[in-house]
Write a protein that binds this ligand. Structure first.
Ligand code: 16G
Length: 199
């Protein structure tokens, strides 16, 4: 790496460090508030007693894993394991944000009732473009039918387009959720195939 490249990569890293304005959040909270539709989304959430924010280290005790267990198998994760995984993601995010986990909290109970993740993948194709993946969308059963799912998906779509400048955003889901994602601007693209190593 020549000196100019080292300088520019250091500058990029420094500016990302500055962006990560506190140690508790997984990603920079300002990335949410600067969204074009943040006012509208925030108001809709506030009107039902909710607020959206980045995942925090302390969310082990706010029901984040219990929420994910309504999506799929989570297993036993100790607080230490959760903290170590959080710290690893946060350190990776200091170089370039890859793990953008947004949670929705009930402002009265302080419990997490909804969440979704934007995973950022760096590519060489499309002139070194960035691809986004919408992952781990979940809303607690007791809070469904309040359009929380739509709002968290809207947040991720806006982050992917406006903040992280993704050239596309993709997801995989069950047949039952196809209609929900179609209503939220996703169109069927290429097929998703996988090999499972856990069964
Ligand atoms: C869904 C999720 C995916 C999650 C997977 C877990 C969305 C859009 N998709 O496909 O993010 O990782 O379920 O299922 O939220 P698994 O445990 O079978 O991998």
């Amino acid at each position: 790496m020549d000196l100019t490249m080292q300088d520019s990569s250091r500058n990029q890293q420094d500016s990302n460090h500055e962006n990560l304005c506190d140690d508790d959040h997984l990603f920079n909270p300002n990335n949410l508030t600067k969204l074009f539709k943040w006012g509208e989304i925030n108001e809709a959430l506030q009107s039902i007693g909710l607020v959206a924010r980045p995942l925090k280290r302390s969310d082990y005790n706010s029901g984040y894993l219990e929420l994910l267990s309504e999506l799929t198998h989570v297993g036993t994760v100790t607080e230490l394991e959760f903290t170590q995984r959080f710290n690893l993601m946060q350190n990776i995010n200091k170089g370039h944000e890859h793990y953008v986990v947004v949670v929705v909290e009930d402002t009265k109970t302080k419990r997490i009732v909804g969440a979704s993740t934007l995973f950022i993948e760096l590519k060489f194709i499309h002139k070194c473009a960035i691809r986004g993946r919408l992952e781990d969308v979940a809303v607690l059963k007791a809070y469904r039918s309040k359009k929380i799912g739509e709002l968290v998906v809207k947040i991720i779509v806006s982050l992917a387009r406006e903040v992280y400048k993704c050239y596309k955003l993709s997801l995989d889901c069950t047949d039952e959720l196809m209609r929900f994602y179609a209503k939220n601007s996703f169109v069927k693209g290429s097929n998703m195939l996988c090999i499972r190593f856990d069964s």
